[in-house]
Every structure is written in structure tokens, then in C-alpha cells.
Write a protein that binds this ligand. Structure first.
Ligand code: OAD
Length: 255
């Protein structure tokens, strides 16, 4: 398939049928303009920190205090920022399409929910969730004692960990199953702000494309799926998404 590059959203040619089943996949780039650092790229977190020191089960077993301090630092940062127009545009798209819309995110920052998205599929978990590493129970912050890290589970006294997926761990089964089945049936798939290198999430656009979906990528940088996409928008998502959603709205209304 040849790639088509657009910077002008109005020249995007889609049919109403392509709005039947829309799947959106987001990555760290959608939250960049809210002030949440991405992972890769020049200012990315993985340029400053080694994932194996902070984001693996082995790292947590070796140095749970350091791992918790890093996650609490990121929580504080995220708690202070706001969803941006890109997140809000996806809320609008969900309102417009209802059950025909699925939002899948790799982000753990919870900004889609804070913007108002009803049911994002969080493939990598959520940084504000606390989960016991032993009995798997979930705990609200105020049920735990954070004065001595790591906090311990009130039920089984196991070490409580951030409710995110670390390298080497499986994704939550229900989340990835749902993401696969929705992507497989998608008529339009929009990949936003992700470097598309971390699997299995990175396989979703390809799965959709192989099943016949029209594939749009929104990313200022080239990624492995750029070449395969039907349309690549080399813009920042906070600027582009409101315009794209407007375009999809007029398509839905038959204009
Ligand atoms: P990355 O940091 O790998 O990629 C962010 C992407 O966003 C890059 O391709 C940027 O070009 C793009 N980008 C930056 N600013 C943007 C903007 N304003 N608008 C649109 N795009 C922008 O983040 P992810 O692809 O989300 O996993 O990373 C995937 C996973 O790797 C993360 O979920 C995390 C990480 O290790 C785990 O922690 C398990």
C-alpha cells in the first residue's frame, strides 16, 4: 500500500461507511502538550532513565523504594497537568459515534478519563492505581501507608506496587483481547502520538489495516507504520485532532 501524506485535513477523503467502527490508539505523544514527558525522543524519559532500573518486576524486587519514588514523582507531575484539546476532541468523537467508537491507550496518565472519555481501554494500566503484588487486590491511596515505602497490603501484607504494566509482564487479558477484537473489525483506525514500537500495542494498527481499515497516523515524526498508513498527518495532536473531529462530524452529517 502506498502512503499518502496530508497536512490539509480538508483534503482527507473518507466515506460515511468508514465511520461504522472507529478505533483510536493513543500513546505518550497525545499528552506531550499537557506537559507529560514522552518515553522516547530527545527529551524522553528513557533518555534519562534505564527502563530496566525502574519499570520491570526485577527492579521492583531489587529496589522497591526507588521504583515507588519514581512513580510517585510522575504521579505528582501528572496530577498537576490538564487534559489538552487532543484529549477533549476524542471525547467529542466518542459522543458523536457512541458504540461505534473505541479508544485504546498505552498511556497510564489517566488524562483520557479526566477529559471525559467514558471507557478507554488502558493497555498498560493506570499510574494512580495501587495493586498488591501478592493477592492482586486494588487499594485506594488513603487505605495505604505511604510513609514507609513500599506500602503494604492491608489484607495479606504483601508489597503494593503501581498498577501499571512493566517490561516483561503480560498486558491485562481483558484489555488486550478487547483491543484485538475491535481493531480486527475496525473500518477506520487512527494512531495518535505513539512511536509504535512496543508490542503488542504496536501490532494493532497493522491488524486493523490487514482487515481492511483505513489507517490514519497523527505524529510529527516518522514511525514504522507511517509508510503503511493511508494518511499521515505530521502535526501535533492538540492542534490537529479538533480539526479532524470536525471533519469527521461533517462527514457523519452528510456534508
Ligand atoms: P513514545 O515516547 O515511544 O513515543 C511518543 C510518540 O509521540 C513519538 O513518536 C513522538 O514523535 C510523538 N509525539 C510527540 N509529541 C507529539 C504531539 N504533540 N502530538 C502527536 N505526537 C507526538 O511513547 P509510546 O509510543 O506511547 O510502556 O510508548 C509506548 C510504551 O513505551 C509506553 O506505554 C511505555 C513505554 O515504555 C510501558 O511503560 C509498558
Amino acid at each position: 500500500m502506498s502512503s499518502t501524506e496530508f497536512t490539509e485535513i480538508n483534503s482527507l477523503s473518507l466515506s460515511q461507511e468508514q465511520l461504522q467502527r472507529v478505533v483510536v490508539l493513543t500513546g505518550a505523544g497525545i499528552s506531550a502538550e499537557s506537559g507529560v514527558p514522552t518515553f522516547r525522543g530527545e527529551t524522553g524519559l528513557w533518555r534519562q532513565f534505564r527502563p530496566e532500573d525502574l519499570a520491570t518486576p526485577e527492579a521492583f524486587a531489587d529496589q522497591p523504594v526507588v521504583v515507588w519514588e519514581w512513580y510517585l514523582h510522575r504521579r505528582n507531575l501528572i496530577a498537576q497537568v490538564l487534559p489538552n484539546p487532543g484529549h477533549h476532541a476524542l471525547v467529542e468523537l466518542e459522543r458523536m459515534l457512541g458504540d461505534s467508537f473505541t479508544l485504546v491507550t498505552q498511556n497510564v496518565d489517566g488524562l483520557h478519563r479526566r477529559a471525559g472519555s467514558q471507557n478507554p481501554i488502558e493497555l498498560h494500566g493506570n499510574i494512580f492505581v495501587n495493586r498488591c503484588g501478592r493477592c492482586q487486590d486494588h487499594w485506594a491511596d488513603d487505605a495505604l501507608d505511604f510513609s514507609k515505602l513500599p506500602p503494604h497490603c492491608p489484607t495479606c501484607a504483601g508489597e503494593v506496587r503501581p498498577g501499571v504494566v512493566w517490561f516483561g509482564e503480560s498486558l491485562p487479558a481483558a484489555a488486550i483481547d478487547q483491543a484485538y477484537s475491535k481493531s480486527q473489525r475496525a473500518t477506520l483506525f487512527i494512531s495518535i502520538g505513539t512511536s509504535t514500537v512496543v508490542h503488542p500495542a504496536a501490532g494493532l494498527p497493522l491488524l486493523a489495516m490487514e482487515s481492511g481499515a483505513y489507517l490514519i497516523e497523527i505524529n510529527p515524526e516518522e514511525t514504522p507504520i507511517s509508510r503503511l498508513s493511508d494518511c499521515v498527518i505530521r502535526e501535533k495532536s492538540a492542534t490537529t485532532l479538533p480539526l479532524l473531529v470536525k471533519k469527521l462530524q461533517s462527514l457523519k452529517n452528510g456534508n
